[in-house]
Write a new protein. Structure first.
Length: 390
């Protein structure tokens, strides 16, 4: 049996896999077992910020794993402390708690919000339609996606899910019982939808009036993806909790919440925890990611992202009946088609472009943040060619 046949025989089929058996990957390229080269415009679903097999990440992983891989959170560890110092500084917040994934980080933010709010009579959390926060029972409770929730209930109570970019609806849901409002500033699974400035300003005013928390879910849109270190920074305000995962681990499992000084004193030893969270090897990779972003990669996101967005707008003008809109910022972009996007993704794959379909009609573009202008142009050329024949 080949690799795909063995996989089908042995692994639970919960993923709609692309028919590619991967051999290795480097930079923005993935290679299959037959030697074919693919341009990766998905980057592990917005994970591999520095591309594949980045030499500095490999170097620090090798150095750390020779010291130790895992010793548990009963010990003080330099990689954890160093990465936390960087996250605290970059978010202008106070304390960081490490875990393993975006879903676990979001669960932590939910728990902390209620831990803070319950003594004040606050235990309701508001989220937004189209958002994606994970696949655990808590994070599913914060979402309105039927595909992920069917036959999974009953879900956790006291979540209010309101339409995004409808400030007047949001205002009608906030009460003295509201502990927090949680928002992806650019929704990924929701179709690369940006939060409006009016929505953010409304959230800020509601925080002042009702003494509630603002949670920035930066799992997908953060760590340089939007062109800023965090997407919320484009709105010039300060959340109380920032959730990070995906790209922060440099390809290794890592998640975190970074919180305000007030919240940093809420939990005590034993209140919350995890076995693997803040793994030293993953934290070493995370330090490299943040260093590289501050040393030129963020500028590349802005330059290549702007070029790609402007060129996609020109493609839209060439195919006005096929492309409805171009969405997003930085290197988190979406092409909205007038037809289902999954068959188009399959056509792109035939031409050695790896991409992703989301929200039925959206082609999601989240390549490595190191993507070159030449690689972006190659993607655009193939996109045009495919649209002509599709």
């Amino acid at each position: 049996m080949n690799l795909i046949q063995r996989e089908k025989a042995n692994i639970y089929n919960t993923y709609n896999r692309l028919p590619v058996a991967v051999s290795h990957a480097k930079g923005s390229k993935i290679y299959d077992v037959e030697g074919n080269e693919y341009l990766d415009m998905l980057s592990g679903i917005a994970v591999n910020a520095l591309g594949h097999s980045h030499p500095r990440i490999i170097e620090v992983i090798q150095e750390q794993i020779q010291r130790y891989c895992h010793i548990s959170n009963f010990f003080y560890q330099e990689p954890q402390i160093q990465l936390a110092e960087k996250l605290n500084k970059l978010t202008n917040l106070s304390k960081t708690y490490f875990c393993n994934s975006g879903a676990e980080a979001t669960e932590s933010a939910i728990k902390l919000s209620r831990f803070w709010g319950n003594p004040l009579g606050k235990n309701r959390i508001i989220t937004f339609s189209g958002g994606f926060h994970g696949r655990t029972m808590g994070t599913l409770s914060a979402m309105d996606k039927p595909l992920y929730k069917e036959r999974m209930g009953p879900f956790l109570p006291n979540f209010d899910i309101v339409p995004i970019n409808k400030p007047e609806v949001l205002r009608s849901y906030v009460t003295e019982e509201t502990a927090a409002i949680m928002l992806e500033h650019i929704q990924g699974e929701g179709g690369v939808v940006e939060a409006s400035e009016e929505l953010i300003q409304t959230m800020i005013k509601l925080r002042e009036k009702y003494n509630l928390l603002l949670i920035a879910d930066e799992v997908q849109c953060g760590i340089g993806r939007s062109g800023d270190m965090f997407a919320y920074q484009q709105y010039n305000y300060q959340p109380d909790i920032v959730i990070t995962a995906k790209a922060i681990g440099g390809g290794l499992p890592l998640g975190a919440i970074t919180v305000s000084e007030t919240l940093g004193n809420e939990w005590k030893p034993g209140t919350h925890g995890t076995t693997f969270g803040g793994n030293a090897v993953a934290c070493c990779a995370g330090i490299v990611v943040l260093d590289e972003l501050e040393n030129g990669v963020l500028e590349n996101v802005q330059t290549v992202g702007t070029y790609l967005f402007e060129q996609l707008q020109l493609v839209q003008k060439e195919f006005p009946k096929k492309i409805v809109s171009i969405r997003g910022r930085g290197l988190m972009l979406g092409v909205e088609f007038s037809f289902p996007s999954r068959p188009f993704v399959e056509k792109l794959l035939e031409k050695r472009i790896i991409s992703n379909s989301t929200s039925e009609t959206i082609l999601r573009i989240v390549p490595p943040l190191t993507l070159s202008k030449e690689e972006a142009q190659h993607f655009l050329d193939v996109l045009r060619n495919t649209l002509q024949s599709f």
